[in-house]
Design a protein around this ligand. Structure first.
Ligand SMILES: Cc1ncc(COP(=O)(O)O)c(C=O)c1O
Length: 425
């Protein structure tokens, strides 16, 4: 088997030190929720310490004492988010989680552009995470919008099937850049080309991709991209990226009105003698992504998220991607020799480090899952998930850059032992 050298430019020990839980478990489950990293836990503690003690040396008072949406930490996080996905900082703001962004895009922004009608359709797939689909179901029930669900073929969405589903009445094509339960990773540029040909917009939920692989929204020509921070980006809950393509910003006048996202000629007017709650606020909205911000990020999330973004930059997303892909392929090779059935593509172009397979049915997979999680005394639990959607799924394994080859070997050996004991029964 190949040896996955470390591409991170940092000793793996140093990187692993940030994740204390690695001492206690073999964690191959970042597609579910990442372990907390010391770097962001410390940033959150610093935030609370400062609030409690008024500690001044590290953070300017004005920053930490203001609302999160006015903090320097928030602005810096936005800039770093933009760098991470190849966007301009004006095209990015923060969201709490994808669910919030889906509601904003579908029920507010697109509705404000043009009311939804029964003749419209939305294209998604049977591998799309259900939170977006549930929002689309509201459109179906309220406005009669047609929902077109493209079916996967053995855990892959064929681009020709997607193309067939899209027509001139398609307003939105919704994809998960990497599907959450079987790891299929799209050629997003191709999806955008197909959608744009008929004037449809693309909403790219990249929660299972950003932080694992290098994403370039401009090169792909994506219209909206959303993420949360607590999976491959290894950040705290409560912060995520919302990207909107620059030329769409002016075209959309959201119904959610944010009084702080306006051109204020004299800054926030609270202390001005002539402060008037109509006149002083009667200015045009700013034409950046901030116009769509619902400003729901809290102070600890902003500080933790910023620390997480700095950590990704320190390691380098291109280095992370190399390592994630190598570990993914190493895992695939190991599983191949165990004769399990892959529930994901094994083509390195279509999968990164999110790998799903079955040992031969729900009951057997469940038994494996229990053995992984509740090992005999003296062995570390192995954290993986059980996931099914659209008729594919089973055991989902998701190594990240901090995992070692030895950990994957232990996982493979354990899976081999479980299969052997099943054969004996
Ligand atoms: C691709 C994807 N989107 C969204 C979510 C969940 O976020 P929310 O509940 O905010 O939609 C998940 C969680 O697993 C996910 O994998």
């Amino acid at each position: 088997m190949c040896c996955c050298e470390n591409d991170l430019d940092f000793p793996l020990e140093e990187v692993r030190y940030q994740f204390k839980l690695l001492n206690h478990q073999i964690f191959l489950n970042v597609a579910d929720q990442s372990m907390p990293g010391n770097y962001w836990l410390q940033a959150v503690r610093d935030f609370f310490d400062f609030q409690e003690c008024g500690r001044m040396e590290d953070v300017p008072n004005q920053d930490i004492a203001t609302h999160p949406f006015l903090m320097a930490a928030t602005y810096e996080a936005i800039e770093r988010c933009a760098r991470l996905i190849g966007a301009h900082k004006e095209e990015v703001t923060l969201m709490y989680r994808p669910l919030q962004a889906f509601n904003l895009i579908v029920n507010d922004m697109l509705e404000a552009m043009q009311e939804w009608r029964a003749a419209d359709n939305v294209v998604f797939t049977d591998l799309t995470y259900p939170s977006a689909v549930y929002v689309f179901m509201g459109l179906r029930d309220r406005c009669g919008v047609e929902l077109r669900c493209v079916k996967n073929v053995d855990g892959e969405i064929l681009i020709e099937d997607l193309e067939k589903a899209v027509d001139e009445r398609t307003r939105l094509v919704a994809i998960n850049r990497t599907t959450p339960f079987c790891g299929f990773t799209y050629n997003v540029k191709e999806v955008c080309r197909i959608a744009h040909k008929v004037g449809a917009l693309v909403m790219d939920d990249a929660f299972q991709a950003v932080g694992a692989i290098d994403v370039d929204v401009h090169d792909d020509d994506v219209d909206f991209l959303v993420t949360g921070s607590y999976k491959w980006q290894n950040g705290p809950e409560g912060a995520g990226i919302f990207y909107i393509r620059r030329d769409l910003i002016e075209k959309i006048n959201p119904r959610y009105r944010n009084y702080l996202a306006i051109e204020m000629p004299k800054g926030i007017p609270f202390s001005l003698a002539d402060h008037d709650n109509v006149q002083s606020w009667d200015y045009p909205q700013i034409q950046t992504a901030q116009k769509f911000s619902q400003d729901v990020i809290t102070g600890p999330s902003a500080f933790g998220w910023l620390a997480a973004l700095k950590f990704i930059e320190k390691l380098g997303i291109k280095n992370i991607e190399k390592r994630v892909r190598k570990l993914g392929q190493y895992l695939i090779e190991g599983l191949r020799s165990l004769n399990v059935t892959f529930q994901c593509s094994t083509d390195p172009e279509k999968v990164h480090g999110l790998i799903t397979y079955t040992t031969g049915g729900e009951e057997r997979d469940q038994a494996c899952f229990e053995r992984f999680n509740f090992p005999p005394i003296g062995k570390k639990p192995i954290k993986v998930s059980l996931r099914m959607l659209g008729g594919v799924g089973g055991i989902r394994v998701s190594p990240h850059y901090y995992n070692t080859v030895e950990e994957i070997d232990t996982f493979l050996e354990t899976q081999g032992e479980i299969l052997a004991s099943m054969r004996k029964k």
